[in-house]
Design a protein around this ligand. Structure first.
Ligand code: SAM
Length: 242
């Protein structure tokens, strides 16, 4: 079935996610552009604007991968601020680090960390983001609690993730696209059909807008708002720690 991965044991999911990102790391940016027809740049721009990072702020980008969000946060926080790129996967983190250095952002640390148990002190960041990362995390509630713990009171968490298309027509077109075209593109461009099939499946299993909002509230966040992008293909959730 499309949902076959749901049944795999927890340790196996962890390994599978590690394998997927190690195998796609080098081609990751190219594939993002191809698969989303470049639209991921618009989604990320929206999230960056909504995060509203100001000079001097402390920002943590969880599951930051190749660092698209981190880079913009580092520019916005400026020399008085501090921005950290973190990811569980060493290969992705390595690509991210390379790209940051290419952009002259040598002051941005890259920390290998699991979102479920972040190695940072309580109340230490003004803003934490996780972009297209939460669906890969095994224990999402633990990750939401861990990120909330690391936020300063008044700080904000932004979760950008694939979500549920709001119309049934869009939903059908999108299903065709992601279960047929996506694995094909994965095979042709990255020579890795399975990783892109995993991607389509992980998107289907991710909690929808309302469910994720409830999970964020359970983790202790308040004033959670949901922003649907591209008809709900992607949603950005923002909540505040009181
Ligand atoms: N945020 C980047 C972006 O938007 O381009 C990268 C997103 S990429 C699709 C997902 C990332 O989540 C991968 O780099 C993967 O290694 C990371 N990841 C998966 N499970 C994780 C976990 N438990 N903790 C932290 N990062 C994780």
């Amino acid at each position: 079935t499309h949902f076959g991965y749901e049944q795999v044991p927890v340790g196996e999911k962890r390994q599978r996610v590690a394998g997927v990102f190690t195998s796609v790391a080098a081609k990751y940016d190219l594939m993002n552009d191809l698969m989303s027809l470049g639209i991921h740049r618009v989604w990320k721009r929206f999230t960056i604007d909504l995060a509203g990072v100001r000079p001097g702020e402390k920002v943590l980008d969880v599951a930051g991968g190749t660092g698209d969000l981190t880079r913009e946060f580092a520019k916005a926080a400026g020399p008085k601020g501090q921005v950290i790129l973190s990811d569980i996967n060493a290969a992705m983190l390595g690509e991210g680090r390379k790209r940051l250095v290419d952009h002259g952002l040598v002051q941005v640390p890259a920390v290998q960390a699991n979102a479920e148990c972040l190695p940072f002190a309580d109340d230490s960041f003004d803003c934490i983001t996780i972009g297209f990362g939460l669906r890969n995390v095994t224990d999402k509630d633990a990750a939401l609690r861990s990120m909330t713990r690391c936020l300063k009171p008044g700080g904000r968490l932004l979760v950008m993730e694939f979500s549920k298309p709001q119309s049934s027509l869009l939903s059908k077109v999108y299903d065709e696209y992601s279960f047929k075209l996506l694995p094909l593109m994965g095979r042709l461009v990255a020579r890795d059909e399975d990783s892109y099939r995993y991607l389509a499946e992980s998107i289907r299993m991710h909690p929808d807008q309302a469910t994720l909002k409830g999970m964020m509230e359970n983790a202790g966040l308040a004033r959670v708002q949901v922003y649907n992008l591209s008809g709900g293909i992607v949603a950005v959730h923002r909540g505040f720690k009181l």
